[in-house]
Design a protein around this ligand. Structure first.
Ligand SMILES: CC(C)(COP(=O)(O)OP(=O)(O)OC[C@H]1O[C@@H](n2cnc3c(N)ncnc32)[C@H](O)[C@@H]1OP(=O)(O)O)[C@@H](O)C(=O)NCCC(=O)NCCS
Length: 250
């Protein structure tokens, strides 16, 4: 609907999840807390928790992002020690804390941040709280346990640096340009394989005022659900998602 595709199998989308058009949440993604997904990003299943994703990101299948940590140096690694509602066991018997020994808190979930133009390979695991920089690539089957710098290619378990995609100078130019601010249709007629030339041309288009940042309304999952339930027309949907723009050549 209107450039934001949420597969019907995704029933756990948090009402506060924020999505930018166009983007795709395809079949089989299990989501717990909230997920922000930037424009031109797509997912293909997996288990995700509390993650913020930039634009133009590509996710392969069966990716786990932000799985909760459990305590490793307490009596047990089990959440029964700090989660009173775990699996409804508080209805079966008293919780194991009280006035003399109040419940301790354990923070097993932190926000995971994924930049723009990131590609994550099949069956990767990204630990909670990790930051993955713009332009980075995570190889298939990796376990990412440390932050990944911009434009790094990392792979393996634990993931290690293979190389950077470009030299320092080009990486700095790409980050300064932040080309992901623009819509894909504003990046027409560029030779993407010639990175330096593409950077020059985008900078030149911008300098002559030929590029406006893509700024669609950021819609929450609750808003999208309420809107979709109204049975809107295609034109109404385009307006709601900010897609009713005339596209002129640069
Ligand atoms: C990470 C990746 C992009 C690297 O591609 P590349 O730059 O062509 O890398 P190379 O094949 O030159 O490999 C470089 C080194 O990294 C190693 N390597 C590459 N991918 C690896 C991976 N996923 N895990 C562990 N090591 C890996 C290679 O064995 C090689 O090691 P060596 O130098 O000791 O021989 C690619 O291997 C990959 O994993 N792609 C993801 C594919 C995928 O998941 N597709 C799903 C559809 S979206």
């Amino acid at each position: 609907m209107g450039g934001i595709e949420i597969h019907p199998s995704i029933t756990q989308l948090h009402p506060d999840a924020v999505l930018e058009s166009p983007c795709v949440l395809s079949v089989g993604l299990a989501l717990s807390k909230f997920v922000d997904l930037g424009a031109f990003s797509y997912t293909q299943g997996g288990v995700w928790d509390f993650v913020s994703v930039g634009r133009y990101c590509s996710f392969a299948t069966e990716i786990s992002i932000g799985g909760h940590e459990h305590p490793t140096s307490w009596l047990s690694s089990s959440p029964f020690q700090y989660n009173p509602k775990m699996h409804g066991w508080d209805r079966v018997g008293p919780v194991p804390y009280g006035p003399e020994r109040p419940r301790r808190h354990f923070k097993g979930l932190r926000q995971t941040m994924i930049g723009n133009d990131v590609w994550i390979g099949h069956r990767s695991i990204i630990r909670t709280g990790i930051n993955i920089g713009d332009g980075a690539i995570v190889g298939a089957g990796s376990v990412v346990t440390r932050d990944v710098p911009p434009y790094a290619i990392v792979a393996g378990a634990p993931a290690k640096l293979i190389r950077f995609r470009f030299g320092d100078w080009t990486i700095r130019r790409l980050q300064a340009l932040s080309w992901w601010r623009y819509a894909a249709w504003d990046l027409r007629d560029l030779d993407f394989a010639d990175v330096e030339g593409t950077i020059d041309q985008i900078a030149e288009r911008r300098a002559r005022g030929g590029l406006a940042p893509w700024a669609p309304p950021r819609r929450s999952a609750a808003e999208i659900k309420a809107f979709t339930n109204l049975g809107p027309t295609i034109d109404e949907a385009k307006r709601f998602f900010g897609l009713a723009i005339p596209i002129e050549p640069p």
